[in-house]
Design a protein around this ligand. Structure first.
Ligand code: SF4
Length: 345
């Protein structure tokens, strides 16, 4: 792999680029310019950096991987406007990214690992295990690539969710780096409040995140209100059962004063009864939270709940004054469920 071992410059902050350039007697303001070209202008060729002298361009070309650390291989567009990208990484592994336009919002769903070790039964990504963590450069490059594409239509990214391939908290350091790069005022400058990190429930990392003092949002994939059911579909529940998970979520709310979101994928005949809804209500009634009910994209013979059942489920929570939304189905015609396109390719 000819590029392996080269610097992935999209993962460096301006002061890190400056420290590297200092070894080559290059002024530190060049680092700010390079950072701006990559993160604000999203260029993918060093020669496009028109205010950078040739000798620095040559240095960048010989020592660094190209500016963005992902390369688009396949794009599929849904009739509802959702776009799914299959990106190739430097070592030829592939990951998926999804752009979900909705009115004025353009939400990008990013991946944080190649594959995933969590093995949730409803998820195509979890079926293949985890190959490796993605680097901060690879994570942020997905975002920059999509922003570059939206710019052609005078549009831009409004929100980012870490709900693609991988468990973000299993790659904690690189995910944190990527959100600070995305938030950087000289780069994309996307507000932390527009970024949501979604975890399957890694308790120590939820507690660590609570102490980060960031405004980024936290979502927890719950999917069942009792251990016996949750463990059937989410093996992580055997390590961190619901009581521990909810304690960590309460700690997060206490520390940050921020609302936490719970993702609840409704699976026909498994976790969608009125009794399930009542158990969920009892579990969450004391917590500052929001519940996203998700009609699942069918995987592994699991079927989507009927719409009347979904409405009844939501009503139980609303009656208890728990804030709830039913997520719109998007991109079902392009295999938008996480991991499906990669599995196919
Ligand atoms: S749902 Fe998320 S945590 Fe679970 S296997 Fe899939 S990618 Fe991993």
């Amino acid at each position: 792999m000819e590029n392996m071992g080269k610097i992935q410059i999209a993962g460096l902050f301006p002061d890190e680029i400056a420290a590297w350039l200092a070894d080559y007697d290059t002024a530190s303001y060049r680092a700010d310019q390079i950072f701006h070209w990559i993160h604000h202008q999203q260029v993918n060729e060093f020669v496009e950096m028109s205010n950078i002298p040739n000798k620095v361009i040559e240095l960048l070309e010989t020592q660094c991987h190209q500016p963005l650390a992902v390369e688009e291989v396949v794009t599929r567009k849904s009739i509802d406007g959702t776009e799914k990208y299959l990106f190739r990484l430097e070592d030829h592994e592939t990951i998926e990214t999804v752009l979900i336009p909705d009115g004025n919002r353009n939400t990008v769903c990013v991946s944080s690992q190649v594959g995933c070790a969590m093995n949730c039964s409803f998820c195509a990504t979890g079926q293949g295990g985890c190959v490796r963590n993605m680097t901060g450069a690879e994570i942020v490059s997905q975002v920059l690539w999509v922003q570059r594409r939206l710019k052609r239509e005078n549009s831009s990214i409004s929100n980012i969710v870490f709900m693609g391939m991988g468990e973000p908290f299993a790659n904690y350091r690189e995910v944190m780096k990527s959100i600070h790069l995305i938030n950087h005022p000289d780069g994309l400058n996307l507000g932390m409040r527009r970024i949501t990190i979604s975890t399957c429930g890694l308790v120590p990392q939820i507690e660590r995140f609570a102490r980060e003092n960031t405004q980024a949002n936290l979502a927890v994939s719950l999917h069942a209100p009792i251990d016996s059911k949750r463990s059937q579909i989410m093996p992580i529940n055997k390590k961190y059962p619901i009581e521990q998970l909810i304690d960590a979520c309460s700690y997060y709310v206490e520390q940050t004063g921020r609302r936490i979101s719970f993702e609840y994928a409704l699976i026909d005949g498994f976790n969608d009864s009125t009794e399930d809804a009542l158990q969920l209500r009892d579990l969450l009634s004391d917590l500052l939270c929001h519940v996203n009910l998700i009609p699942i994209n069918p995987v592994n013979h699991l079927r989507r709940s009927k719409s009347q059942v979904i409405q009844t489920f939501a009503q139980v929570l609303e009656d208890a004054h728990i804030s709830v939304t039913i997520r719109k189905e998007r991109g079902t015609d392009i295999e938008a469920a996480c991991g499906q396109l990669r599995q196919r390719s």
